[in-house]
Design a protein around this ligand. Structure first.
Ligand code: ATP
Length: 655
């Protein structure tokens, strides 16, 4: 399958990979185990040889010691048969022991590779792929491949060899009967071909539907609060039942394909055996065969029943492994769209001054019909804090995500200290740019591990300082303090607690450029004011780009940029924009008069009142107009913020 910069999950009807080609492509994972594989095959062939030799010894027993009443000979040949049996058992044990460690080892290596590749893939890939589909590929599909490598493939080789060796022996022993057995392979071949084609499609469909079901389970687990809050349990259960029912029906159809074919695979060798018994007895009666030869012939033929009966299962296993390998390659073949350009430079954080410029930037999501951002120019000066304000859905978050290259610009360029960020090595760019999202993700790790994600070498003092900035000292009260393992996605914490931890994590990295996407939205005004005060001190030395929705948070910024219709339409201090840009005034008015704020005003936090602004930090003349005229958010938060920071509202004072 050709590599693509981005990739849509395949549909069940996709048939891009020729059968078995995908499996063949996994051979590089076999290479480290070549020695083990060779040993395993030697053991398997030797076991088959020992097994085939037993009927030949039986022939000697029947035609020799039994026919001539020779107990000593019987004992000798009996002991030989016993030895052969023991050797076969021992060799089969060695084969099984080697094959399981080989297959499990290969599965683990492929899984590691797929996971590492998923980490390399760009955000756009993860936006487009359902997580359940990825989950199914890295678990169910790899297990299917392991089963094939540990059983199907070995049996395919061993059984085919057994079949060929036994048929050759049978032809040598009695050509007419031997050829009769050999021709029984023709119907088996025809049936196998038809079965292979049908089963390939069915197994791909089952695997895709397994991914869909996994996605539903994952969504329901993540959205359990919403489901319960809206009383949608029944609806979600019905939705799940429909998807699981479809999977059930497809799996049944697939199993029936195997069942029908297996019946034919059972029938052909048994029918051939019956014919051989009759014809062999007639031949023995006419002296064309000795009794011992007939017994050996039939015993050898019995050895063919298992290889033929298991053929259906082996083909099924191979087809499932082929489609599973196909699905795994769909991930592995996707090329990361965001990578280092050739010759990309490494930058040292301490050398970065923090000039951040958007120069004629355009951006659109892959499936979008028109650009979300276009001809966008913006400059953030070293150490400056710039807030981006705009209507909901206008592209603020998308704009911020361009800075650490979570997405790449589709036109224009972004420069850091004059250098196109695409010419900077991704790793070093992301060490320089710290980010906190509005909906923070915490991992099921300890608080410490979550905090030090971007800076594993951080000291306890660093962590304590970052926690203080984010007002996240609550972590010390958790049962095991910083060692407390927080739940998946930090769900055992409140939204505000998660936001504060994410902010502490971003601050701890001591980035030269800090990108914050409304990181205080879940905080109460009191905590928000405290965080803003501490954050203002951190931001003094850092170039910062913030998305803010609340006027109170605008207070953190030196300047504000208004994003409208994909472009920056105004830049200035908060007070300048309030005074001169009606759209800005209208936007902040709308924000502060939003339904969430429309209810009875909450009690003023005492700290906020206690930290009233000093004359030097008093709101700008235009500030109170908003505050008085629209909502109390500005009236409460801005003064408390300015007082907390001591130096006043940087947006109003420094510009
Ligand atoms: N991963 C994505 N793939 C495709 N479209 C997206 C993606 N993320 C966002 N969009 C679209 O881009 C537009 C801008 O989204 P974005 O989140 O940047 O807006 P925003 O201004 O930050 O919104 P808000 O203020 O509500 O947080 C929206 O129309 C959204 O549907």
């Amino acid at each position: 399958m050709p590599a693509a910069p981005d990739h849509t999950p395949a549909t069940p009807s996709d048939k891009r990979s020729p059968a078995l080609h995908s499996l063949w492509r996994l051979r590089r994972y076999v290479r480290p185990y070549t020695g083990q594989l060779v040993g395993l095959l030697i053991a398997a062939f030797a076991a088959t040889g020992a097994g085939i030799a037993v009927p030949l010894v039986i022939q000697q027993v029947v035609d020799g010691p039994i026919a001539h009443r020779d107990p000593a000979g019987l004992l000798r040949l009996g002991a030989l048969a016993l030895l052969l049996g023991l050797a076969e058992a021992g060799l089969i044990f060695i084969r099984r022991w080697a094959q399981s460690s080989l297959a499990v080892g290969m599965e683990a290596t492929i899984r590691d590779d797929v996971y590492a590749h998923l980490q390399r893939l760009h955000v756009g890939f993860h936006d487009r792929w359902q997580s359940g589909q990825l989950l199914a590929r890295i678990t169910i599909d790899l297990s299917v491949i392991r089963r094939f490598l540990s059983f199907g493939l070995i049996f395919l080789v061993v059984n085919s060899t057994t079949y060929l060796m036994v048929v050759a022996l049978l032809v040598a022993m009695h050509p007419p009967l031997g050829l009769l057995v050999a021709t029984s392979a023709v119907p088996l071949f025809v049936v196998s071909r038809r079965f292979t084609r049908a089963y390939l499609v069915a197994s791909r469909r089952v695997q895709d539907e397994q991914g869909d079901v996994a996605t539903l389970v994952e969504e329901s687990a993540q959205g359990v609060r919403t489901i319960k809050a809206f009383g949608r349990r029944r609806q979600m259960t019905d939705r799940f039942a429909a998807s699981a029912g479809q999977l059930h029906d497809t799996a049944i159809r697939k199993s029936r394909l195997l069942a029908n074919t297996s019946a034919l695979f059972d029938l052909v060798p048994n029918l051939t055996l019956a014919v051989v018994l009759v014809a062999g007895t007639v031949a023995a009666a006419h002296g064309a065969l000795t009794i011992g030869e007939l017994v050996a012939f039939v015993t050898l033929q019995l050895m063919l029943i298992w290889p033929i009966e298991s053929l259906g299962w082996i083909i099924a296993n191979a087809q499932e492994a082929t489609t599973a390998a196909d699905r795994v390659h769909e991930v592995l073949d996707t090329q990361p769209a965001i990578t280092d350009r050739p010759g990309a430079a490494e930058i040292v954080p301490t050398d970065v001054t923090g000039w951040l410029r958007f120069e004629g930037v355009s951006f659109s999501y892959p499936a979008a019909t028109r650009p979300l951002l276009h001809d966008l120019d913006l400059t953030v000066r070293p150490g400056e804090t710039l807030a981006v304000v705009g209507a909901t859905g206008c592209g603020k978050t998308s704009l911020l995500s361009l800075v650490p290259r979570l997405h790449d610009v589709t036109g224009g360029r972004i420069t850091l200290d004059g250098q196109d960020i695409r010419d900077i090595q991704l790793g070093s760019l992301r060490r320089v740019v710290g980010m906190a999202f509005e909906e923070p993700t915490l991992f099921s790790m300890s608080v410490w591990e979550n905090l030090t994600l971007g800076r594993p070498e951080a000291s306890e003092d660093d962590v304590r300082t970052a926690l203080a900035v984010a007002q996240a000292d609550f972590v010390y009260d958790l049962p095991w303090g910083l060692e407390t393992r927080i739940g998946e996605q930090g769900l055992s914490l409140s939204g505000g607690q998660r936001q504060r931890l994410a902010l502490a994590r971003a601050v701890l990295g001591q980035p030269r450029v800090l990108v914050l996407d409304d990181p205080l939205s879940a905080l109460d005004v009191h905590t928000e004011a405290l965080v803003e005060a501490a954050l203002a001190r951190v931001l003094r030395d850092t170039t910062a780009l913030l998305v803010v929705h609340r006027p109170s948070t605008v207070a953190l910024a030196d300047r504000v940029a208004l994003l409208t219709d994909g472009r920056i339409t105004a830049v200035g201090t908060h007070s300048e924009l309030l005074a001169t840009v009606p759209a800005y005034r209208a936007l902040l008015s709308a924000t502060t008069a939003s339904p969430a704020d429309a209810g009875p005003p909450p009690a003023l936090p005492t700290t906020a009142i206690a930290t009233a602004p000093s004359p030097a930090t008093a709101p700008s003349p235009t500030g109170p107009t908003i505050a008085d005229g629209t909502s109390r958010t500005v009236a409460t938060a801005t003064p408390s913020t300015t007082a907390e920071k001591g130096t006043g509202n940087r947006g109003l004072v420094r510009s």
